[in-house]
Design a protein around this ligand. Structure first.
Ligand SMILES: Nc1ncnc2c1ncn2[C@@H]1O[C@H](COP(=O)(O)OP(=O)(O)OP(=O)(O)O)[C@@H](O)[C@H]1O
Ligand SMILES: [Mg+2]
Length: 224
């Protein structure tokens, strides 16, 4: 998936200006990091891509299509093409690992055999195939995070957005999670990862976009 922001602004109803004049272009199949201080606008930028929030100025083009021109029916279709990983993985503790990963497929009405196949393929990718029957509460923080990733990729998204996916993890687990994203990127998925962890970001040697007070202040290679 290809993404282009053209002078995008977002002012919340509270009057808070979260983004202003943000422009960047992510090519199909590219991987990049998004950094910036707390409150810089990283999550807002991702919410605009998911159409959870709407920009108040400028244009967002996804594969050349202006998001504002999408019909109501096209919005869920758009969301299905995007996988999202949250910091607080948002797993449901009243159901098994398998059913947590299956959720996006059930929402889109796939048949049960197809669901089982896809869920196991996604769990296999994150190395947790043997944990499908567990309750996610019985797993470590890193394992829970990987289940969140399996759920984000089970629909085979063309764009993977991860918002602070390694927030609570130790450096070794963080590096493993980043390697997973790289593997998805290698098979053609466009990947954007928001992270505070500048050292980790610099080690990954990918393009780094930096927001400060809602403005894109740096768009370049490899962080500092
Ligand atoms: N729903 C909302 N209503 C009003 N203001 C909001 C809302 N969501 C975010 N903001 C404000 O917009 C600004 C950007 O917030 P955002 O969550 O995008 O930052 P962030 O870079 O993701 O920060 P963090 O690193 O802490 O997650 C902040 O000033 C925040 O208070
Ligand atoms: Mg955030």
């Amino acid at each position: 998936m290809e993404i282009e922001f053209q002078r995008v602004g977002k002012k919340y109803e509270s009057g808070q200006e979260a983004l202003s004049q943000v422009s960047f272009h992510l090519q199909q199949g590219e991987m990049a990091f998004l950094t910036g201080h707390s409150g810089a606008g990283k999550s807002t930028l991702m919410k605009l891509m998911m159409m959870i929030e709407r920009q108040t100025s400028g244009q967002i083009l996804i594969d050349g299509v202006d998001l504002r021109t999408l019909s109501r029916r096209a919005i869920p279709q758009h969301r299905r093409r995007v996988g999202v990983v949250f910091q607080n993985h948002q797993l449901l503790f009243d159901r098994s690992v398998f059913h947590n990963v299956a959720l996006p497929l059930q929402v889109s009405g796939a048949d049960p055999q197809q669901i089982a196949k896809r869920v196991r393929a996604a769990l296999d990718k994150v190395g947790l195939l043997d944990k499908e029957k567990y309750n996610p509460m019985a797993l470590s923080g890193g394992e829970q995070q990987r289940i969140g990733i399996a759920r984000a990729v089970v629909n085979k998204p063309q764009l993977l957005l991860a918002d602070e996916p390694t927030g609570n993890l130790d450096p070794k687990l963080s590096a493993e999670i980043m390697n997973l994203f790289q593997e998805f990127n290698r098979v053609g998925v466009t990947v954007l990862v928001a992270s505070h962890d500048l050292a980790l970001v610099a080690r990954m040697r990918h393009r780094v976009l930096t927001l400060s007070h809602g403005r894109m202040v740096n768009d370049g290679g490899f962080g500092s």
